[in-house]
Design a protein. Structure first.
Length: 225
């Protein structure tokens, strides 16, 4: 390994350390409460050293969101070869839950921490991936729904892929965010987030599918149980 390559790896390792610390702080305390100085203390660097990697907090949060949303999109790409759109939708739900369960700080920051809206994190790089199903997780989900509609797999009145995609996303997000926020509450005897989400996803697919597809899905579930 050459000197330049080693330096680049060391620089990337430091950058990753900073992003991990910032993600945890943003998720726990909120964007406004976290300063560059707090992030520097968390990684035991001086604020000056932090500014060698990110010019300000806004650039840091943009890079962080870009990294995390692409990470989720890559998780979805592992199931892109599934040809059946309804089965792909089921696998999207599982992959989404796996991502949230394995990376709760990523998930909190991306979907449970205001004010991370599109206007505040929009960059030229993010605008380039918008709508690209290989890098935009929502575009991948929407494309799956659009294929199901085009193939006549959904109920005939369901013609808006964004409506169906957002309904599917909302259902899974509700399960995941509830478990992240309240899953350690001893007042309730919690069931597995994966089992709960699977039940929600299966119910949603049955609800939006044509009768023949819904019945077939039910028969498949019974054979597998």
């Amino acid at each position: 390994m050459g000197i330049n390559e080693r330096r680049e790896r060391e620089k990337e390792a430091v950058r990753t350390k900073i992003l991990d610390a910032a993600r945890a702080l943003f998720a726990s305390d909120g964007y406004e409460a976290v300063t560059m100085r707090r992030i520097a203390r968390a990684v035991e660097y001086s604020p000056t050293a932090l500014y060698l990697h990110f010019k300000d907090k806004e650039s840091l949060i943009r890079d962080l969101c870009m990294t995390d949303f692409q990470f989720l999109a890559r998780a979805f790409q592992k199931i892109a070869k599934e040809k059946d759109p309804l089965e792909r939708l089921r696998k999207i739900g599982r992959a989404y839950v796996d991502f949230a369960s394995e990376h709760p700080n990523h998930y909190r920051l991306m979907f449970m921490t205001p004010p991370l809206n599109a206007a505040e994190i929009k960059t030229e790089a993010m605008s380039e991936i918008h709508g690209n199903p290989e890098e935009d997780a929502y575009a991948f989900l929407r494309g799956t729904i659009a294929q199901a509609i085009a193939e006549g797999r959904l109920r005939p009145e369901l013609k808006d892929p964004d409506l169906v995609a957002q309904a599917a996303w909302s259902g899974t997000h509700g399960v995941v965010s509830l478990h992240i926020a309240k899953g350690s509450d001893p007042w309730i005897e919690w069931r597995s987030v994966k089992k709960t989400a699977a039940l929600i996803v299966d119910a949603l697919i049955r609800g939006i599918s044509r009768a023949s597809d819904a019945d077939g899905g039910g028969e498949k579930q019974e054979r597998e149980s």
